[in-house]
Design a protein around this ligand. Structure first.
Ligand code: ADP
Length: 161
């Protein structure tokens, strides 16, 4: 079994991400959750907040490490000596972007392989983006994110728990 890197924005981490981490632990020796410090999107949570939430939510999981990375994923993988990248596929709509990323990463470093995993069907519609949208209008997202994330969203949007 090899170690693997699970990269993303994790803005914030959801039950869908956690489902994928659990599945990956059954296949890989160790899972490094790698949080992009500067994702293309404008994040709601700072990188420090995203790392702290991911650490809190994976705190009980052995063989999981949470880190942030500053720039290119392939450079981070090379420095960490890890050649497997995990990405999630929820629906056909994820495919095109993931294909493009995969091909680009191969051009940059052909020794890195991406492995795609699918979540439990209850999380196929779940994204950090939809969580933030619903939470911003005061909707109840507590069954879709871990409790520390639900609290952090309340604080971001209402200024209180
Ligand atoms: P990015 O900003 O790179 O899309 P995200 O933080 O949104 O990163 O997600 C990281 C990875 O986790 C992506 O491969 C994404 O497809 C996957 N992912 C996110 N939510 C889910 C979910 N509900 N089920 C399965 N995979 C998911």
């Amino acid at each position: 079994m090899k170690p693997a890197i699970y990269p993303g924005s994790f803005d914030p981490i959801t039950n869908g991400h956690l489902d994928l981490i659990q599945r990956s632990l059954a296949v890989f020796e160790k899972v490094v959750v790698a949080i992009a410090a500067n994702p293309g999107k404008e994040p709601l949570f700072t990188v420090e907040e995203r790392v702290a939430l991911a650490k809190e939510c994976t705190g009980g999981m052995e063989r999981v490490e949470v880190v942030s990375f500053p720039d290119l994923l392939v450079d981070f993988c090379e420095n960490a000596g890890i050649t497997v990248v995990i990405r999630g596929l929820r629906a056909v709509s994820d495919f095109e972007y993931e294909l493009q990323m995969n091909q680009m990463n191969r051009k940059l470093n052909n020794s890195i392989e991406t492995v795609f995993m699918m979540p439990s069907e209850e999380y196929t519609f779940l994204s950090s983006g939809i969580i933030k949208e619903v939470a911003s209008f005061g909707g109840n997202i507590s069954c879709l994110v871990p409790p520390p994330v639900a609290d952090a969203l309340k604080i971001k949007f209402d200024g209180r728990k």
